[in-house]
Ligand binder design. Structure first.
Ligand code: AMP
Length: 380
């Protein structure tokens, strides 16, 4: 049985690694000849808009899924006429456009920060009048990892943004002075079964995820229930199949949904060692209509992204309970090259393990100071 995957980055790589024990085969489509999956699976190198290549790619596949959320929706729809495509292209479409995404959250009664559509300097002025400063201006489409985003704090920032406004649809959001960022990973199978992982606490620098703590420290039942309720509403409303991630801000004891990803997610990498069933395996089980695996945690985890350069493997692996994942990409600033997961039997033990990581991890962008600080801490 061969599964087709659009996108050949590390998420696809880890999907394939989870699928081999289930006897699955994989075929990837990615425009880049350097896509990491080339090392472990069949890879078709072609543009997502190349219909002849899509046709050839889909031949003999059981189904198609994707690991990259900016796959053109037309490509997903073209394939869906030939072979089942999960998650449904409608989910891809909603997730690609921040205005549509926040509109969907609203429609489902899921709280978000206040926002307004902006497509010219006049609309930006009115939006700032309505929402106030500080605010965050984002391109509505094709933004990721903090790209295409500007924080407006002062009238000068507003004037600058107006003079440099990029073309296309934008969204202005009220800035949320959040307590923390959390994400929920949920999965729905083609037979309707759902399962949800415990919330994860995420720390970003320059818009890129650096550190996830799972389950989120000091996780209270009402917050977990609220996240599960939101995830279920999205899953049901889209007749969703596969893994879904929703990112939230925790603010004044409530969750505000920021965005969703219709795919396996970086904040779920801890599940490889830290949950009974990984997000990658559960995604495959879901799209194949197989029973889902338990989403229960197997201890306390910290996942650290390795961005731009790599530590010495021997130094990482010298830390008990550390697991190293390298994606086989050549180093480049800002590029996700791998991750490390530490798993421990308790939050205190996890804090100890984090403090034992080599000096490489003391850089501020690993956010260890936040995780280990006595106030917001694993030790609290
Ligand atoms: P996003 O691309 O929407 O996930 O934004 C990247 C990061 O910017 C988020 O993880 C937050 O840390 C920050 N951010 C985005 N939107 C807001 C907002 N409305 N208020 C405060 N911080 C935000």
């Amino acid at each position: 049985m061969t599964i087709g995957i659009l996108g050949g980055g590390q998420l696809g790589y880890m999907l394939a690694l989870a699928g081999y024990p289930l006897g699955l085969h994989f075929r990837f489509l990615d425009p880049s000849p350097e896509a990491p999956v080339g090392r472990i699976a069949q890879r078709v190198t072609a543009d997502y808009t190349d219909q002849a290549a899509l046709e050839k790619f889909s031949s003999g596949l059981e189904l198609v899924t994707y690991e990259f959320e900016n796959v053109p929706v037309e490509a997903a729809r073209f394939l869906a006429e030939r072979v089942p495509v999960y998650p449904p292209p409608a989910a891809l479409e909603a997730a690609q456009d921040r205005l549509a995404e926040k509109g969907l959250f609203r429609q489902l009664g899921i709280a978000t920060t206040e926002f307004a559509a902006v497509s010219n300097p006049g609309e930006l002025d009115s939006a700032v009048k309505a929402l106030g400063l500080p605010a965050v201006l984002k391109t509505s489409r094709l933004g990721y990892d903090g790209k295409g985003q500007w924080i407006l704090r002062t009238p000068q920032d507003l004037a600058k943004a107006k003079s440099e406004l990029p073309p296309g649809k934008l969204i202005l959001e009220r800035f949320v002075p959040f307590t923390r960022e959390l994400s929920v990973l949920a999965v729905r199978s083609s037979n309707g079964e759902t399962a949800i992982y415990p919330l994860v606490e995420n720390h970003h620098r320059s818009g890129i995820l650096r550190l996830s703590l799972a389950p989120a420290p000091r996780l209270e039942a009402p917050i977990q229930r609220a996240a599960e309720g939101a995830a279920r509403r999205v899953l049901e409303s889209l007749n969703y199949v596969g893994m879904l991630a929703i990112e939230f801000f925790e603010h004044q004891g409530e969750l505000l949904a920021n965005e969703m990803a219709p795919r396996v997610h970086n904040s779920g990498h801890w599940t490889i060692e830290g949950a009974v069933t990984s997000q990658f395996e559960n995604h495959l089980r879901a799209v194949l209509g197989l029973p889902l695996g338990s989403t229960g945690p197997a201890g306390n985890c910290a996942m650290l992204n390795l961005i731009g350069d790599l530590p010495k493997s021997s130094e990482v692996l010298a830390v008990p309970d550390a697991h190293l994942h390298l994606y086989g990409k050549s180093p480049r600033p800002g590029r996700k090259l791998g991750h490390v997961t530490l798993r421990a039997a308790s939050p205190e033990r996890l804090a100890l393990r984090l403090s034992e990581l080599p000096a490489f991890f003391r850089r501020p962008d690993f956010c260890l100071d936040v995780a280990l600080a006595p106030s917001a801490s694993l030790r609290a």
